[in-house]
Each structure stands twice: as structure tokens, then as C-alpha cells.
Design a protein around this ligand. Structure first.
Ligand code: IMP
Length: 188
């Protein structure tokens, strides 16, 4: 298990950096391609698996390939944007989310991450992670990415962007998915 190199089938460099911190002993190389197929799955798992399978077709032979799909689900919006999170709100998804929520009192939300790893022999492993929380009234903090300036995890008073990358490495939905993935891969 130690010393694995995996290609991450994602255009998102933040995710590769986060994952490398989360999977001790693994080297994670972002797999650049301008030909990623559209995310058409109905679930995070289907999208993550689709990315990993596409990655296998372009990654150097013999590497593991990891696909990840994640999103934020807001209770008062019926779980939206969910699997559409990356395509929500154009240039300013944070502003759109705050605008849609307005003065709504129910601010409950959660982050979800699904990781699918394909071994060089094609065996598949996966892990799911969830981080419960709520949407802040206004953005705060500068670390992380995406919705982090407006996401306050359960039992915390500050946003993920204020809590920072070290906090994320221990507690995020992706950290939890990585833990579950490591459990699944253990003994391979
Ligand atoms: P995808 O997994 O590449 O489809 O993108 C998921 C989207 O969900 C990202 O573009 C972000 O908008 C949001 N998201 C997922 N994980 C995080 C996170 O850790 N912080 C902030 N936003 C996130």
C-alpha cells in the first residue's frame, strides 16, 4: 500500500493537493486532459466512477486512477445544488447560493464526497464522506475553495475557509471519504 502513485482524474488542482495530504504514502498526480466527458451520472458515485474510468484511458499504464465527485446539499433548497455544484451559479456560486437562501432561517447543509479508485488490474474500491453544517449569512475566510467561505461545519462557529486547510485535512468530507477508501483498499 505504501508508496502508491495514483492519477487523479480531475481538472481541479485543489483536490489533488488535498488528496495527497489525505492519503499518506500516496503520490497524487493531477491528470490533465481537455477531453473529460460530461458528468452525466445520477449520483456522486456514478460520476466519480465515470471520471476514474475515463482516467484509466489516458493515464500512464500501471498507475492507480482516482475519480472524485463532490457537492454541497442545502436542505432549504431541496438538496440542491448537489451533484450540480460545480455548474451552479457561473462565476460566483457563493453569491447565487446566498441569494437563493435569502433570509431563510433553515441554513442546514452538508458536503458530500465520493472517491472511486481503480487499481491497475481494474479492481474498484470506493469511499464516501459527509460533513454536516450550515450556510453562513455572509462569506468569511480565505483558505479552501468553492463554498468554503460560507460553510460552517456542525459544532464550529467559523467557516471552513476560516478554519483552514489543516482543519480540512482532518475533518472534511474528502478526508472522511479518503479514510473510508483507505479502509477499503487495506489488504489489497
Ligand atoms: P466536482 O466534484 O468537480 O463536480 O465539483 C464539486 C463542486 O462542489 C466544486 O466545484 C465545489 O463547488 C463544490 N465543493 C466540493 N468540495 C468542496 C470543498 O471542499 N469546498 C468547497 N466547495 C466544494
Amino acid at each position: 500500500m505504501v508508496g502508491l502513485t495514483a492519477a487523479l482524474a480531475s481538472q481541479n488542482a485543489h483536490k489533488a493537493q488535498e488528496l495527497e495530504r489525505l492519503l499518506p504514502g500516496w503520490t497524487i498526480e493531477p491528470l490533465g486532459s481537455d477531453a473529460y466527458p460530461p458528468e452525466e451520472g445520477a449520483t456522486y458515485y456514478e460520476n466519480a466512477r465515470g471520471k476514474a474510468r475515463f482516467g484509466l484511458t489516458v493515464a500512464p499504464l500501471g498507475l492507480w486512477v482516482i475519480g472524485e465527485d463532490s457537492g454541497i446539499e442545502v436542505a432549504a433548497l431541496g438538496g440542491r445544488p448537489g451533484i450540480q455544484s460545480a455548474r451552479f451559479g457561473g462565476d460566483d456560486p457563493v453569491a447565487r447560493l446566498l441569494a437563493e437562501l435569502g433570509e431563510t432561517e433553515d441554513r442546514r447543509a452538508r458536503y458530500v464526497s465520493e472517491l472511486v479508485a481503480l487499481a491497475p488490474d481494474g479492481r474498484e474500491f470506493h469511499g464516501t464522506g459527509i460533513l454536516e453544517g450550515r450556510i453562513a449569512e455572509s462569506p468569511a475566510g480565505s483558505e479552501g475553495f468553492g463554498y468554503d467561505p460560507i460553510f460552517i461545519p456542525k459544532d464550529e462557529q467559523r467557516t471552513v475557509a476560516e478554519l483552514g486547510n489543516a482543519w480540512k485535512a482532518e475533518n472534511s468530507h474528502r478526508a472522511r471519504a479518503a479514510q473510508a477508501l483507505l479502509e477499503a483498499v487495506r489488504g489489497y
